[in-house]
Ligand binder design. Sequence first.
Ligand code: ASP
Length: 467
Amino acid sequence: MTKKIFFIDLPKKVNQVVDLYGWVQTIRKHGKINFIDLRDSTAVIQVVGAEELADLHPEEVVKIKGTVALRGERYVNKNLATGTIELQAETVTKISSAKTPPFPLNTDGYEIDEETRLKYRYLDIRRERMTRNLQLRSQLVWKVRQFLFNHHFLEVETPILTKTTPEGARDFLVPSRLQKGKFYALPQSPQQYKQLLMVAGLERYFQIARCFRDEDPRRDRAYGEFTQLDMEMSFVNQEDILKLTEEMFTTIVEELFPDKKISQKPWPRLTHAEAAKKYKSDKPDLRKDKNNKDELAFAWIIEFPLFNEQRSQDFFYGSGNSKFAPSHHMFTAPHPDDLALLKTNPLKVRSLQHDLVLNGFEVGGGSIRIHQKEVQNQVFDLIGFSKEQKKQFDHLLEAFEFGVPPHGGIAPGIDRLLFAILGEQSLREVMAFPASSGGKIAVMKAPSTATPEQLLELGIKTDDHQK
Ligand code: ASP
């Protein structure tokens, strides 16, 4: 194949003869003249021709040789990136034919049954809105990387096959073949690894981290896996973390989403108690006009209680006998003014947790961490950890004996942030292949049964209900 020409670059190639590769989007016939819209990943271009365009069908893949020509002034289309030009077709070669798609691709897609969209996600992504969402997502991540590299951050990958990393959800387990009867857990977040990287002396870490939590999906929560911008910094206080995060997202939003307007700068900060009293919510929607999709009301919520009363929900910390569950996670530092209360009235202890809220959605959370072994042990005791359970965290406490810097961080959700910025209907609208209800990955029909040989190799017996 010759060098691919991207349609977005065609306005610079007026009068040149080019080979274009792409998908036929629409066909319009005007007497003897035929027009097609030809699409590639970057733009759509109008192609004009006669006979040679006559028997094309939507979504076929073609090569069209032709001349890039300026359109007459009357025919300029300001809504198209290539609206000043068109391609005058000379020869057309069909590369792949296409069946009629199971649903229209020229709408925003919300009206189509979601299970069907997910089953044919590779077609669904062809619709303009979905392509655009994935492009924005990629650009968002690229700008995050740029910003963080300019602020002395290092990108580090941490294991996916790991041990339980409690963030308050159920783990996904992966059986180990080499150590039969043992299981890896997929990380709910890289929390402990990033803290260990601070002990390692890296000072500023980030990762575009996949996190796995086996909990029920909601509008703002995808099933199974999601992506966080996981960050950690040494020698910082809470103010430093909030400032850096705020500067990063303000800059990026203004560059990438020029139609959106951040309603208040600097972002307002509310204590958890204030938010509860004034808005009856720890993620209030502070937009002046709640129907305005272009208004972005970021806010920080701080001074959360360190513990909530442990209630019987999905998941229990500790043995289940203790009254206290961490409000964020068990590595979050207590507010230094409240340390004494840990002994007398734990539910009154405030923490150094910070939540990032946007238009009524929690889009990120973080904290200053405990870096003293004694305090960490005190928290473990309060949440009711047995000796055995505490042992699971020996590596962290041991690491703290080798010169640990004070540290803290945050993990804004990439899917969540984009979903809230765009005012999308669900998180799945900003993910390429999200799980559907019941945790199914529709395109691949995951999860699936394992073969008897695989199970034998893993030393696993199952009830025989998986026919
Ligand atoms: N690990 C935390 C979470 O996933 C984020 C953090 O504390 O940095 O919510």
